[in-house]
Design a protein around this ligand. Structure first.
Ligand SMILES: Cc1cc2nc3c(=O)[nH]c(=O)nc-3n(C[C@H](O)[C@H](O)[C@H](O)COP(=O)(O)OP(=O)(O)OC[C@H]3O[C@@H](n4cnc5c(N)ncnc54)[C@H](O)[C@@H]3O)c2cc1C
Length: 375
């Protein structure tokens, strides 16, 4: 068993960042100059999952959304391993290795059904899985998407943009698209655009049973809604189900884990009852599950850890975000809402903000793969 802690040999405190998603890479990079950062992540590359649905319909995007960690940190280390047990001041990795850091940042995010997020740790294996699903989807004529939230809407738009001739059914138990906290006018606009590209919406339509085939597999099936409507499709995908990754918390940290798996934090993003453990991003109960919010929380937590390390400045607090969203429907369509405006985002603005390049450049730069030091 190896002890990976370095604080005994170094005057700099050790910060263990658990998870290298949007929140984790932000925190790790922000503290690299002031602490010995150890980023623990089982995947061999950062996954820019915001662009994952585009990669399903166009796998040429894959290399741009799986970004190796080797250029993220100038000083710190990325340890390719999974945290098996984390308590205050003590991290046990799946390999058995131990870290005894001065600070811990929980940034393990959430799982989501494929293809929106990947459950594989190897980028090469993930690429193969996406390419296999792409091949199956290419051959399907009728596609069923379960869940008309942001992911279902976006995937319907991607499929219809890539293959206008395919029949796409978007089905949800709810009586409208997108989710309760967004504006009725935005939902109406998204429904209108989906209708314009020929997506069939089946709302208020719980299925009597899940499809008999695994998601992403090419095999024709028929399912029936509880109201008796039959849907025949050749392939389906599940577009709902965020599951926070927090089952590794033990001891004092386990008591901060809510029954739904999200971790309770104070406004300064420290885990309740803890002075030196923070939780940021999807795994934290502080706010909604969005990459943009994960990034802002990461910056705030990093600033607070810096203040604790240097003794300089007060801890800042996170203000939960007002409802805001950008929903592309293909590279050129979609809509969205901002907290600072009553106007909906036009398709042109959505394309500019997200739909066209899906923010790949921003994350390539953060991971050191573009810009002056990038390849
Ligand atoms: C298709 C899609 C599109 C989206 N589009 C947008 C968008 O346009 N804008 C937006 O703001 N949000 C968007 N989101 C939401 C966004 O992706 C999430 O909010 C974001 O992934 C949260 O980042 P995170 O760092 O908290 O967690 P994650 O991105 O889930 O990263 C967590 C990391 O922790 C690692 N991990 C898990 N368990 C362990 C462990 N035990 N030990 C070590 N490491 C571990 C994982 O491997 C992973 O790399 C989208 C989501 C999807 C699915």
């Amino acid at each position: 068993m190896t002890d990976l802690s370095s604080s005994a040999a170094s005057p700099r405190p050790t910060v263990a960042v658990i998870g290298g998603g949007y929140a984790g890479v932000n925190v790790a990079k922000a503290l690299d100059d002031v602490a010995d950062v150890v980023l623990v992540e089982p995947k061999d590359a950062f996954v820019h999952n915001v662009a994952a649905l585009r990669a399903l319909v166009d796998p040429s995007w894959l290399p741009r959304i799986y970004l190796p960690y080797d250029r993220l940190l100038a000083n710190g280390r990325v340890v390719r391993d999974r945290a098996a047990k984390v308590d205050a001041g003590h991290v046990t990795l799946a390999s058995g290795e131990q870290i005894r850091p001065d600070y811990i940042v929980l940034a393990t995010g959430s799982a989501y059904p494929f293809p929106a997020k990947s459950d594989l740790d190897s980028a090469a294996a993930s690429h193969d899985k996406v390419r296999a699903a792409h091949t199956a989807l290419s051959a399907a004529q009728r596609v069923l998407l379960l869940g008309a939230g942001p992911v279902g809407i976006e995937l319907a738009g991607e499929i219809k943009s890539a293959w206008p001739g395919k029949h796409v059914t978007l089905l949800d138990v709810a009586d409208d698209v997108l989710g309760a906290r967004f504006r009725p006018e935005l939902k109406a606009e998204l429904r209108r655009q989906l209708g314009d590209i020929g997506v069939e919406l089946l709302l208020s339509s719980p299925l009597a049973e899940d499809p008999p085939t695994p998601p992403g597999e090419l095999r024709t099936f028929t399912v029936v809604t509880q109201a008796g409507t039959e849907v025949t499709a050749d392939i389906w995908f599940r577009c709902f189900g965020v599951v926070p990754a927090s089952d590794y918390l033990v001891g004092g940290l386990a008591s901060a884990r809510r029954p739904d798996g999200f971790v309770e934090v104070r406004p300064d993003l420290r885990v309740v009852g803890q002075d030196r453990v923070f939780a940021v991003g999807d795994v934290s109960a502080a706010d909604h599950n969005m990459a943009g919010i994960a990034g802002r929380q990461a910056q705030l937590a990093a600033g607070n850890i810096r203040a604790l390390i240097t003794g300089d400045g007060d801890l800042k607090t996170h203000q939960p975000s007002a409802a805001a969203i950008v929903v592309p429907i293909g590279p050129q369509g979609g809509s969205g809402q901002r907290p600072d405006s009553d106007l909906l985002l036009t398709p042109e603005v959505v394309a500019e903000l997200k739909g066209r390049d899906l923010m790949v450049e921003r994350f390539a730069e953060m991971l050191g793969h573009t810009g002056p030091t990038g390849r």
